[in-house]
Design a protein around this ligand. Structure first.
Ligand code: FE2
Length: 388
């Protein structure tokens, strides 16, 4: 038996940020990060739109990349004091995920984040106090339509995912004008995160006839347009296609799940000083090569869709090689040794959190089963730059 989740409402198009002016209420809270969005004028623009339909609008700017549990707690405390009826998360995955986590605590003060990290099924239906509007400013995480929310533990730097249908934002606004200003590295990293969502959800054990058209179309579009958006940041068509494709990839993964790339990345990206998308990009060829040895079919679909004419026997090597080449064109390292990681430290980190990696939700939908030795071997190869 399978099921396709609800997606919330999605509004898209150039200039669709102005849709915020159509929302009505008493108190709106605009959650965002510090820095570029403010400088580019998007925070003031969004607040101005909200002021048309709300009695009061406040801006909360304290969300950092890879948001920590403590950041979500502070935001929830602010929400409890201000009592918004609409929360607008304007930013990348970090802002949207922090807002989702704080939304849980605002709606249900009796819950703790420890509770819902341990058991996501405790997240109740949300929205009785406030709706959550997600406005992504990067083209990557798809958090605006996903049921996931990832927080980083303040001490261990492990990323914990809370996964619940009740975390799907009420409304997503996809305005390509916002990511069109992304710097090139962020374009590359967030785009490769989206590619990993498309690829992993397509190969997932939970992929279905309903999700595969989404994941395949997202993968093909990202493969075509990410290079263009990176090469020419002013390419409006590429920016638009990327922004919609990353959302389509998220519609696929929020139903089909991801896989070993995400399971491993959640443990190593922060201590390596890598963004989530960059760690995924480095891992991707090595995980594809490993998985395709026993489960080649979904990878053959993906390879053929981007013009790699392969066979079941060769697709692992050929798609992995093409991904290494793709990374190179985006200025992404080929291996963890290239980013200066120490092999012994990296492997001991993986060993320390092995039970978390093997038991995590992404690993449960990886197409090929992995034991501890398999995980270590894939990470070793990703460190050395050898496919196997
Ligand atoms: Fe991701």
């Amino acid at each position: 038996m399978w099921r396709l989740t609800r997606f919330g409402e999605i509004v898209w198009g150039w200039g669709s940020l102005s849709y915020l002016s159509q929302l009505k209420g008493s108190r709106a809270l605009l959650v965002t990060s510090r820095g570029a969005l403010k400088r580019l004028g998007f925070v003031d623009k969004a607040a101005g739109y909200l002021a048309e339909g709300f009695g009061e609008v406040r801006v909360y700017e304290g969300i950092e990349p890879n948001p920590r549990v403590s950041t979500a707690l502070k935001l929830a405390k602010f929400m409890a004091g201000y009592k918004p009826d609409t929360i607008v998360a304007l930013g990348g995955g970090s802002v949207m995920d922090a807002a989702k986590a704080a939304w849980i605590l605002y709606e249900c003060p009796s819950l703790s984040l420890e509770d819902v990290i341990r058991d996501s099924s405790l997240v109740p239906r949300l929205g009785s106090k406030a709706r959550l509007v997600a406005v992504p400013t990067t083209s990557g995480t798809g958090s605006e339509v996903s049921r996931g929310c990832v927080l980083t533990d303040d001490e261990t730097q492990v990323k914990y995912a809370i996964v619940s249908l009740n975390l799907v934002p009420t409304l997503a606004i996809l305005d390509p004008e916002l990511p069109a200003s992304m710097p090139r590295d962020l374009t590359a990293d967030s785009g490769m995160d989206a590619m990993s969502h498309a690829l992993e959800s397509h190969a997932s054990k939970a992929a279905s006839d309903f999700t595969k058209p989404l994941s395949l179309s997202a993968f093909t579009t990202i493969w075509t347009y990410l290079r263009r958006a990176y090469g020419d940041p002013s390419d409006r068509e590429a920016r638009e296609k990327m922004h919609y494709a990353q959302c389509i990839a998220a519609l696929a993964f929020t139903n089909a799940g991801t896989g070993a790339i995400h399971a491993i990345s959640h443990v190593i990206s922060v201590p390596l000083g890598l963004s989530h998308g960059r760690a995924n990009a480095v891992l991707m060829p090595y995980v594809v090569y490993y998985n395709a040895q026993t489960c080649p079919d979904p990878y053959l679909d993906l390879a053929l869709s981007v013009g790699i004419d392969s066979t079941e026997e060769d697709v692992g090597f050929e798609l992995a090689s093409a991904l290494l080449d793709y990374n190179k064109r985006l200025g992404i390292p080929q291996s963890f040794s290239e980013v200066g990681a120490n092999e012994r430290v990296l492997i001991s980190r993986v060993e320390k959190y092995m039970s978390y990696i093997l038991g995590s939700a992404p690993m449960r939908t990886n197409p090929r089963s992995m034991a501890a030795e398999d995980v270590k071997e894939v990470v070793r190869l990703a460190w050395s730059g050898e496919l196997g």
